[in-house]
Design a protein around this ligand. Structure first.
Ligand code: ZN
Length: 382
């Protein structure tokens, strides 16, 4: 009898030891201090009430300039294991100045994915950044909706409305779920709500922020359909020339469905742009997936691969830091807006925030405000 109790107690300890950290991570709140540019914060369910109160609903930050102009939506956290996206969103919420037009920012598009790390991938639950006032901590997320929130998976995921058959795992991937539908999976409901927003608000530009492996050719780039091509080419050309970092343009395939850069362009009047920066923590060959690797992108095995010419990015012993990845995103977004506004003066935007060089010189942490010193109405918990 005693032995049974001991076995039960040990089992309970194992369950608690494994479960409590995951529970705490799921309830850990990231803090963002709304900068002077933020004019409103509301829920995405404003455009589709079907997601209200569910895990698919998420915060939208509005930054409206004093002058009327065009509209841009920035989506971060489509894949929550690509953290420079959400950090760019937080950075812009705190620092972006909008003089003309309106910018909407969604920091955690796939909120479910942001609440848990990648199971089995050996990723940490958190990573931290130095700031002038102390350490700022973020959750490390997963690529898709978590099984905890969207389950069971189908045997085959059938894309709506094209009917293309995809891997079962893509039923939880918000970048295979565009343009979405109101009665589909959560991943389809969140994209549906966003399509409703794009149409109702008459959004001109949609930016979808990502990171990709160093051994994958689609990185350091802007992925666009035909209609966005001239703007992306101009933006890529200017950031390479003026700001001296690698960037190129990739064409959105027409036969591969569900991607933001394909479906948003096909199903609305908006011009989509998917931005990739290099996150070497995503490469399979790295050493331990530590919080430091996520932040500095320094890895001995990726360096070996670089020496053998296997990478698609410039890489040396300095790695590829979060500062560089967020800096690149900031510069490319601003250059796309410049290119867009030149050709569409009546729907132009005037925005500004420190770019690549300034972010790399100061470190990203320099640009985040201390939530404990901020007006408490300006602090948002994500
Ligand atoms: Zn991605």
């Amino acid at each position: 009898m005693m032995r049974k109790w001991i076995i039960l107690a040990v089992l309970l300890l194992v369950v608690l030891a494994g479960g409590i950290p995951l529970y705490l991570q799921r309830n850990f709140k990231e803090e963002v201090v709304a900068g002077p540019g933020v004019t409103d914060v509301f829920k995405l369910s404003r455009y589709f009430s079907g997601i209200e109160g569910t895990i698919a609903d998420t915060d939208v930050f509005e930054l409206k300039g004093s002058e009327e102009g065009g509209k841009m939506l920035i989506i971060a956290g489509t894949h929550e294991n690509e953290p420079s996206a959400a950090l760019t969103a937080f950075y812009l919420i705190e620092n972006l100045k909008v003089d003309r037009g309106t910018v909407y920012i969604i920091p955690h598009f796939n909120r479910s994915g942001s609440l848990g790390t990648q199971p089995g991938g050996g990723f940490p639950l958190y990573f931290s950044m130095e700031t002038p006032w102390g350490e700022k901590t973020f959750r490390m997320g997963d690529r898709g909706f978590q099984a905890l929130d969207q389950w069971p998976d189908p045997d085959v995921y059938i894309h709506y409305p094209e009917g293309q058959a995809m891997s079962y795992i893509d039923a939880r991937n918000t970048n295979r779920a565009w343009p979405g539908r109101p009665d589909g999976y959560y991943a389809e409901q969140v994209t549906y709500a966003t399509m409703e927003m794009i149409k109702k608000e008459k959004i001109d530009i949609v930016i979808d922020l990502h990171e990709a492996e160093a051994m994958y050719p689609v990185t350091n780039c802007i992925v666009v359909p035909e209609k966005s091509m001239s703007y992306a080419t101009g933006a890529s050309f200017y950031v390479k020339g003026r700001e001296k970092f690698e960037n190129h343009v990739e064409r959105s395939p027409t036969a591969f469905r569900g991607l933001s850069h394909r479906e948003i362009g096909d199903w609305s009047d908006a011009y989509p742009f998917l931005l990739e920066s290099p996150g070497v923590h995503l490469d399979q060959i790295t050493a331990a997936k530590t919080p430091e690797l996520i932040m500095d992108g320094i890895d001995p095995f990726v360096l070996k691969a670089a020496e053998k010419g296997l990478l698609f990015i410039p890489y040396d012993e300095n790695g590829f830091s979060m500062d560089r990845r967020v800096g690149q995103h900031s510069s490319v977004i601003q250059e796309i807006v410049v290119q867009w506004s030149k050709k569409n003066p009546e729907r132009g935007l005037t925005i500004s925030a420190p770019k690549y060089k300034e972010i790399v010189e100061n470190g990203l942490g320099y640009f985040f405000k201390d939530p404990s010193k901020a007006n408490k109405d300006d602090v948002y918990y994500q």
